[in-house]
Design a protein around this ligand. Sequence first.
Ligand SMILES: *Cc1c(COP(=O)(O)O)cnc(C)c1O
Length: 369
Amino acid sequence: MKVPMLDLSEQYSNLRDEMLKALDDVMTSTRFILGSNVKKLETDVAEFSNVPYAVGVANGSDAIHISLQACGVTAGDEVITTPFTFFATAGAIARCGATPVFVDIDPVTFNINPELIEEKITPKTKAIIPVHLYGQMAEMDRIMEIADKHGIFVVEDAAQAIGATYKGKHTGEYGHTATYSFFPTKNLGAYGDAGMIVTKHEDLAEKMSVIRVHGSKPKYYHHVLGYNSRLDEMQAAVLNVKFPHLNEWSEKRRARADIYTALLKNKLQDKVVTPIEVSDRHHVFHQYTIRVERRDELQAYLKEQGVATMIYYPLPLNVQPVFAELGYKEGDFPESDKAAREAISLPMFPELTEEQQTYVVECIEKFYN
Ligand SMILES: *Cc1c(COP(=O)(O)O)cnc(C)c1O
């Protein structure tokens, strides 16, 4: 049996007629940039996130960068984040000319440990970027309490967590902004690059919508430095077809996660640490990530058996060569280092079958026994 990490083909065949019609409508309209599809998606995603504003942008990385710019983050500032995330989180900070300041993670959720944030705050600290890794939100009330006390901004990197909640509130309801990525492999994926920012703050929404069009308002008059970072109509049309299914897909991911956890607990209790959904959180399982010993050997074995897996992430950001000048070293963030050695993500997508999941777990069992 072959089990891919992600297979989007069944989803496409279910949506194909509607998708072709939606794309044909865009081409027939000849309106390709910032038209009715982007508007509709912004309205729907804002409502879904329970906030008044959404700004469609070119991708999830720009969504973080534009959020930081709108919050006034600039050269000489510091922005606190986790080293155990995708590069774009810290890349966006550096693109503002600011310095990423890393804080270790909570080993249970893999998210930034709020108890370690305050000791890193200096007069230069302008913002915190918690990342809702793998689809589970960070401890937002504690993070907001710290940010409010020090008068700093919070940008939630929700690239992996659209639909997740913490104490009943959505991504975007806590932070000054929250950013989504619609990269094709994300829980809501376009057929190319796309992203969006949601916010409760009208002034930030206004600034961000100007930054995405070269800082131009009115057209050809530039008061702020922006660039071209628009979500295009073709991608928005694809996302409008997919969006009504998002909750149903999240529920399927959660059901797949329950199946993995039951199978793994039954057979591999002492070999595998299964993901934990913290009681006040709704996890949308962008990834189903376990911790194991001999992780790389397990991955090679599973590959031979036809089971794809991924390592998110093998090298924490504090030790990435591009950030060498920040002066961090391995060992500065022990929990992040440990996660980078032990974490492995199993195949996860709504259409994954129980038969495939049983096979994945059988292969893991064979490896350890
Ligand atoms: C995917 C991702 C991004 C970047 O999104 P793109 O749309 O690929 O630019 C940022 N942060 C995290 C945590 C991600 O997973």
